[in-house]
Ligand binder design. Structure first.
Ligand code: SF4
Length: 698
């Protein structure tokens, strides 16, 4: 029970896309305890991050004054800055000087090189209102669509496939619907680690009779609850999924009536999967043909089946093809549009769904409206009162490459940490160091902030008011529990201030005004006013009226595509971009861990979480460790064609033979120095889940 506090604030968790509602207890302007509330996605539950990860907001490492790079300071580049005092590289400045320096540098590039020489990275950790204003700032103030955020690194390929197949990038049903399903497939996702409260629903559903199928190259906790655990060979997703489709077609387990009424592309799929028999694919994916047949039958014959997936599926050069296979499974069996059925890409960050919906992406305005559609663009030009860039912008990795090519010279980065999260980190950091002008708005001296010319100290989640959209499409309100530290300012105010100084006529007085403007251009938010969210705490979109609950299930009668039909796009086998060879015989895969969140900027400054997982690790199967002549607990060097990283070797039976797993949250063992920046051609997502590596003792 919460005791000894000055106040308790109702808010939402700042970490993952589950969107747990929280009660934040505050004493003397410090958070002393966080408990779960009875929110629709958590019913009082919280995981270790939500419950114990709050103290990062009160860290003495918070940025509290604006900083300007000293004239004689070198750009950071790829140097280890852990023991460098920031004040030897930056000097403290007044807000007036910092804001003036920030905007004059951006304006100079705009004048001399044009808007295409500028770009912005917004944040999936910020609110919907911040995301909306940030993309508006870049589109209106810079005149470019070079705007992106970390969705490019997580579910961009899933969204590309979903937009193409079913006309919407969001989930078709909330994860709690697993409780109504007969069969659930979870592929390329580790919910107990990355969506822990959602995992509790999956376990509960199993107790009620759900048949759970887990497919992942790494073993995981949930496999103990599964009827089928398919530990397939990394990178062989399409082979395995096409084999399931083959069985469903061959044994006529599809829903003919549903296909006739709602689906196009079935004939092409039939033709494509003909050659993908389970017997032919078993050696490719490493799963017995009989198991593939059983799983296909289980999924297709169940009355209600659902599919969940995560970054294990999406972060491949064939990530879009992987999702296309899942969409085909749902469409040919009619397992979509009814309770207990559907397609659910489990979203990562607490607001990656909302930030994407709000237009923080280079090819779409809010609500996924194409920037290249003349009618839509002219609507926005009328609404925002200015001519807009007619071409889609560059994505995260493309922006880094464009800096190296001298095409992009200035950036504004808010709350993202590409110096840790981007693939081929040496290349990415060299790009940040090469920029003529970089403005970073953040709460900590992140690895990215070290490259900045101007650093604007901003607001933590616990200090701001705003809305956040979780993986279920539930729009929820986060409320401020703490005062801002020192001279730090609200992120929203900083975007507005920079916009005014760039010459934009912006005059927002309250966050609710931003929400209202955003909702005006986003049909998905029809009937969901700011007041309604404040009153109801959580509203799922789309809603049919101001007084009726939003629709948990979508695609109940067709799809929001041009012809109302779901579209199957058959997928071919494409190998990963870089496969093991004699020189680099292992497969490196990266991911998250339960206690740390993404690049670790927040959780490594959270006392309890960092005490549990304090050091950078590389994990391998004990047999593989022995085979490589290594010793558990030793410092090893992991090497790929892009660099080397030192890490402590951990034995982990969940990691398959021939693989190394590294979390990407440790700046002393930065896994992304090693990863391959090759992109999926459709979603433009890099191949974080597969590259060739070797290990050796230090
Ligand atoms: Fe926060 Fe996600 Fe954990 Fe819930 S499951 S407490 S939203 S990190």
């Amino acid at each position: 029970a919460i005791q000894e506090f000055d106040r308790v604030v109702d808010s939402v968790c700042p970490f993952c896309g589950v969107g747990c509602q929280t009660k934040v207890a505050v004493k003397d302007n410090k958070i002393v305890q966080v408990d779960g509330r009875n929110g629709p996605a958590n019913e009082n539950r919280l995981c270790v991050k939500g419950r114990f990860g709050f103290d990062y907001a009160m860290s003495p490492e918070r940025l509290t004054k604006p900083l300007i790079r000293r004239d004689d300071a070198p750009k950071a580049g790829d140097i280890d800055l852990r023991n460098v005092d920031p004040l030897t590289v930056f000097r403290e400045a007044t807000w007036e000087e910092a804001l003036e320096r920030a905007t004059s540098g951006l304006k100079k590039i705009l004048k001399e090189d044009g808007g295409q020489a500028l770009a912005g990275f917004g944040s999936a950790k910020g609110s919907n209102e911040e995301a909306y204003l940030f993309q508006k700032f870049v589109r209106q103030g810079f005149g470019t669509n070079n705007i992106d955020h970390c969705t490019r690194l997580c579910h961009a390929s899933s969204v590309a496939a979903l937009m193409e197949g079913v006309g919407s990038g969001a989930v078709s049903a909330p994860f709690m619907d697993a409780m109504k399903a007969e069969c659930v497939i979870i592929i390329g996702s580790r919910p107990t680690t990355n969506h822990p409260v959602a995992a509790t629903y999956f376990k509960q559903a199993v107790k009620k009779g759900l048949k759970l199928v887990i497919m992942d190259p790494r073993k995981q906790d949930l496999m103990r609850h599964a009827t089928h655990s398919l530990q397939f060979k990394p990178g062989s997703d399409v082979a395995m999924l096409n084999a399931l489709l083959h069985v469903i077609v061959e044994e006529k387990l599809y829903d003919e009536q549903y296909i006739q009424a709602n689906v196009s592309g079935f004939e092409a799929l039939k033709k494509k999967v003909k050659d993908f028999s389970p017997e032919a694919m078993a050696p490719v994916c490493g799963i017995d043909a009989s198991v593939l047949r059983e799983v296909a039958r289980l999924y297709a014959k169940s009355e209600r089946s659902m599919i969940f997936w995560g970054m294990g599926l999406s972060q491949h050069t064939h990530g879009t093809d992987n999702s296309r296979c899942l969409i085909a499974l749902a469409l040919i069996t009619g397992h979509v549009g009814r309770p207990g059925t559907g397609l659910h890409p489990l979203r990562g960050q607490n607001n990656v769904q909302g930030a994407s919906d709000a237009g923080l992406i280079p090819m779409y305005y809010p609500d996924y409206k194409s920037v290249e559609n003349v009618d839509i663009r002219s609507q926005y030009e009328n609404f925002w009162g200015q001519t807009l860039d007619p071409k889609k912008g560059l994505t995260v990795v493309e922006i880094i490459d464009a800096i190296h090519a001298d095409e992009i010279k200035g950036m504004y980065i808010m709350g993202e940490n590409p110096a840790m999260s981007d693939p081929d980190q040496i290349h990415a950091r060299a790009a940040l160091a090469k920029l003529d002008h970089l403005v970073v708005q953040d709460i900590f001296m992140t690895e990215t902030a070290w490259h900045a010319d101007v650093i604007l100290p901003a607001s933590a989640h616990a200090e701001k008011l705003g809305t956040y959209t979780n993986t279920n499409r539930q729009v929820q309100i986060g409320r401020p529990a703490l005062d801002l530290p020192g001279e730090a300012r609200q992120d929203l105010d900083l975007i507005i201030e920079l916009a005014r100084r760039m010459g934009l006529d912006w005059n927002y007085k309250h966050v609710s005004e931003v929400y209202t403007e955003m909702a005006e251009v986003m049909p998905s938010l029809n009937h969901i006013s700011w007041e309604r969210i404040e009153r109801e705490e959580s509203v799922i979109y789309p809603a049919d009226g101001p007084d009726v609950p939003g629709n948990e299930i979508v695609f109940t009668s067709g799809f929001p595509t041009s012809d109302g039909r779901g579209r199957i796009v058959p997928a071919d086998l494409t190998p990963p971009a870089e496969v093991p060879d004699e020189q680099y015989p292992l497969v490196l895969t990266t991911g998250r861990m339960l206690e740390h969140w993404h690049t670790g900027a927040m959780t490594r400054r959270a006392g309890v979480l960092n005490a549990i997982e304090p050091q950078g690790i590389a994990a391998m199967n004990p047999y593989e460790i022995e085979r490589q002549g290594l010793h558990i607990g030793d410092m090893i060097e992991v090497e790929t064609r892009r660099g080397t990283v030192e890490a402590i070797l951990r034995a982990d039976r969940e990691v398959a033979d021939g693989m190394v797993f590294m979390p990407f949250c440790f700046n002393e063992s930065p896994a992304n120095r090693l990863t391959n920046p090759m992109l999926d051609p459709y979603g433009k997502i890099p191949e974080f889940k597969y590259c060739a590596a070797r290990v050796q003792p230090l």
